[in-house]
Write a protein that binds this ligand. Structure first.
Ligand code: SF4
Length: 296
């Protein structure tokens, strides 16, 4: 069986940066003996990474009441300005791991706001990144997940549009086209390049393999998009968080297996999946003709 890894898969630069900041904070907190290190929500949407960080000393909290003073890591998704003020008021030292690409959206929204635009965010209402973006808008903002929801937006104002960094490009295109037909719009494509690259590579790979394995947190938005994209190619696709969830029966007739991974999936989990497949294949084929390579 040929094992192909998508050309672009796994940790993106924003997550790598956040992890590095988390390790540095642990070191600093240890040196200064300044007590606990917290993160407001999981640093990344990957339970295995979060539990490793917890073992190292980072406590994930959902509510500021659950923490004493210490370091508070703001994750890649960013937060609303009022939340930042509240954290500071409570005496925490903020370690801001907001991805620069998310911060860019905050700046765009604030500029729209200043110029009198009504804000539309294309994305998922309950996602923390979207909540943080909304927090940067004082005027009434709208979050839309589909073109059908656009009729709720009043038609007499200029509309400033941004999109969640992990949204699907197709969905963004569809909604922004509908928006521009209905309103006077200024549209910013704020889907991050890492998301775009991973989606493109996953789709290309899914078209040439018999089965796709998408590795990533079940709570990860960008991983969920990769699953959708792979399934749409018609190729059998399974979503796993770790190698433990893989089943031999999935690969019974496969001659080519493809692997991709969300932006919050670490290399060690991807390697475990590859090793599991190599082991399965060497058991099936004693001549050992497994070929693992990057798909390009
Ligand atoms: S997926 Fe994109 S926006 Fe999100 S953390 Fe990674 S690089 Fe930043």
């Amino acid at each position: 069986m040929e094992i192909l890894l998508a050309e672009s898969a796994g940790f993106c630069f924003g997550v790598k940066r956040a992890m590095q900041m988390a390790y540095q904070t642990l070191e600093e907190a240890g040196k200064e003996n300044k007590g606990r290190v917290y993160s407001l929500g999981p640093i990344v949407h990957n339970p295995q990474v979060v539990s490793k960080l917890e073992e190292m000393g980072i406590s994930v909290i959902q509510d500021l009441d659950d923490a004493d003073s210490g370091y508070m890591i703001v994750r890649t998704h960013g937060i609303a300005p009022e939340k930042r003020e509240e954290i500071l008021k409570r005496g925490f030292k903020i370690i801001d791991a907001t991805c620069p690409l998310v911060r860019k959206i905050h700046n765009i929204v604030q500029k729209f706001e200043k110029d009198g635009y009504r804000i539309v965010v294309i994305g998922h209402k309950d996602h923390p990144e979207v909540k943080g973006i909304l927090g940067h808008s004082n005027r009434k903002a709208h979050v839309v997940e589909s073109a059908e929801e656009l009729k709720e937006i009043p038609g007499n104002e200029k509309i400033g549009v941004v999109v969640q960094t992990t949204e699907r490009l197709e969905n963004f295109r569809k909604i922004s086209l509908a928006l521009s037909e209905m309103y006077d719009c200024s549209i910013s494509n704020t889907i991050c390049y890492a998301t775009g690259e991973r989606q493109k590579a996953a789709s290309e790979l899914a078209k040439v393999v018999d089965i796709m394995i998408v590795v990533g947190g079940k709570n990860s938005s960008n991983t969920a998009r990769l699953v959708e994209i792979c399934k749409e190619t018609g190729t059998v696709t399974s979503h796993v968080e770790t190698a433990k969830e893989l089943k031999k029966s999935w690969f019974k007739d496969a001659t080519k297996a493809g692997i991709t991974a969300g932006a919050s999936t670490p290399d060690w989990i991807i390697h475990e999946v590859i090793q599991w497949l190599e082991k399965l294949d060497s058991g099936r084929n004693k001549t050992g003709n497994t070929r693992k390579k990057k798909h390009s």
